[in-house]
Design a protein around this ligand. Sequence first.
Ligand code: DGL
Length: 256
Amino acid sequence: MSIAFFDSGLGGLTVLHEAALRLPHEDFLFYADMLHVPYGNKTRQQVLGYVIEAADRIMQENVKALVVACNTGTSVAAAELRRRYPIPVIGMEPAVKPAVEMNGSSGRRVLVMATELTLGQSKYMELVSRVDDQGIVDSLPMPELVQYCEALNFDEDELGAYFRRKLAPFDLKQYGTLVLGCTHYPYYTELLKKILPDHIRIIDGGAGTVRRLEDVLSERGIEGGGSGQVRVMNSARDPRYNLKLLRALERLRTQS
Ligand code: DGL
């Protein structure tokens, strides 16, 4: 049985990639909702419907756990998915808590990049108000970035100019950590490292999600039994998009 990873598009592969490194004795199924990407500029109701439709489809495969490798999808649908299916559902959220903990005594601020929909959800606002008692967290929606990623656009000049434009209103000396709160964004971690001052650390929710997955698998006694195989699917049944998924995964593999 495989572990299913789900996202609107290529983003969730950044999490699957980390999982494949840590869990070599598992097989993976990656499902991208190519028909509806991007989620970040849609309504909560629309995305809820898309995620349920995709997850219902995934449940027809031989899967033992579902990782919603999508911050946006998790924030609107994780609770509903847990009600609906008997297998464990692991979601993700922007890594605001570890970022605030890292910065606590330094006096520096935290900048969270995520989709408009994630940043507008009460789940995110409650997370920030729970962990940010010093008021050091700022949020920045990046509406174009998922589209750049879906086009496999990693052009350093074009993307570099985009990031500089988005970051221009912020005094980066004041910031200690950048949180990548969308699973598409870690494709740009290396570029961001070149752009940002050296003292800013970049974190994402991938590692924490994989640790949680490991715990859940061992709590339930369902770990192992595979050999690191990755199968890809998409909601449009488009073989070209499947090739794109494999190319994007290859890019992550050669980068690390
Ligand atoms: N990769 C997703 C996330 O983590 C969704 C991005 C989108 O489709 O807008 O939020």
